[in-house]
Design a protein around this ligand. Structure first.
Ligand code: NAD
Length: 271
């Protein structure tokens, strides 16, 4: 059986994308994963039914697309071990920070797309930013889009540096949302709800507000104002947040994430 898509690294992100592909009807026999850890290989085979190999070999030559789903810190070593086996494949990296110049140099190929997915891809609600090098054709982009669309929505950016902003916003973003859910749950529990009740209310509120923001033609600012009665409860909470400069602190925090993405490229990219 010809292998069509190879994954280098079989962790969280690879599993999310593989799950999406299988749901859309791709045959599990068309997916091959290189994953050095036995436990992870067993999980991939048990839960997703895909072939997982300990190290790269010539079976990878059949892959038309190679998805790089290793940590930024291990990309260079993984590339050195895999590069000789990937033939003329198109390469798609999900690694934070590692720039396409480094990837092209390590793989000896200009057909490189970088992307930044996020973990809601696990439930088909991912948001992925993508950047293509100049040598990537329209057909290559289409191939990548077909894969990423199985995990949710996508957005192309024209400048590679914008991917660091995407990483800070939607890549890391689910963690910010979970952090707010944790805070709202803790507050609700302190105010007399059970933790389970508070969590149900917090999650339901995020899902509903996000759906409303997406469906509405009004900007979030207007939707916020509609919740905020003058002298009411929301006004009391938002005034407290403004007094604590929560929004400014949030923007500073996201800038730290963007800078860290840039640093990952400097630290773990090609010299
Ligand atoms: N988790 C997220 O929210 C998220 C979101 C967007 C992008 N990313 C990016 O995705 C990449 C993978 O992240 P993850 O969360 O899936 O990490 P993970 O640790 O779950 O998966 C990485 C996998 O790579 C394997 N691996 C290690 N060395 C290898 C090698 N030499 N060859 C092949 N495989 C090797 C590990 O055993 C592990 O299973 C990272 O570069 C990260 O920046 C993660």
């Amino acid at each position: 059986m010809t292998t069509k898509i190879a994954f280098i690294g079989g962790g969280n992100m690879a599993s999310a994308i593989i799950g999406g592909l299988l749901k859309q009807g791709l045959n599990s026999a068309d997916i091959l994963v290189v994953e050095p850890f036995a436990e992870a290989r067993e999980r991939l085979t048990r839960e997703l039914g895909v072939q997982a190999m300990e190290a790269a070999d010539r079976r990878l030559a059949d892959a038309r697309l190679v998805v790089w789903a290793v940590k930024p810190q291990t990309f260079r070593d993984a590339a050195a071990a895999v590069q000789a086996h990937t033939g003329s494949a198109l390469h798609l990296s999900v690694a934070a920070g590692i720039r396409s110049d480094s990837i092209a140099q390590w793989l000896g190929s200009e057909r490189v797309v970088r992307c930044m997915p996020n973990t809601p891809a696990l439930v088909g609600k991912g948001m992925t930013g993508l950047f293509a090098r100049a040598a990537v054709t329209a057909a290559d982009r289409e191939q990548v889009e077909q894969v990423i669309r199985t995990t949710g929505d996508l957005l192309w950016v024209a400048e590679e540096s914008q991917l660091d902003a995407v990483t800070a916003l939607s890549g890391s973003g689910p963690a910010y949302v979970f952090y707010f859910i944790e805070a709202m749950t803790a507050a609700g529990a302190q105010m007399g709800l059970s933790p389970a009740q508070a969590q149900q209310l917090a999650i339901g509120t995020f899902v509903g507000a996000a759906d409303l923001a997406r469906a509405s033609s009004e900007p979030p600012e207007v939707l916020r104002q509609r919740v905020t009665s003058k002298g009411g409860t929301t006004y009391a909470a938002l005034t407290s947040m403004e007094d604590s400069r929560i929004k400014e602190h949030f923007i500073v925090a996201m800038e730290k994430a963007r800078v860290r993405a840039q640093e990952l490229g400097d630290e773990f990219g090609a010299p």
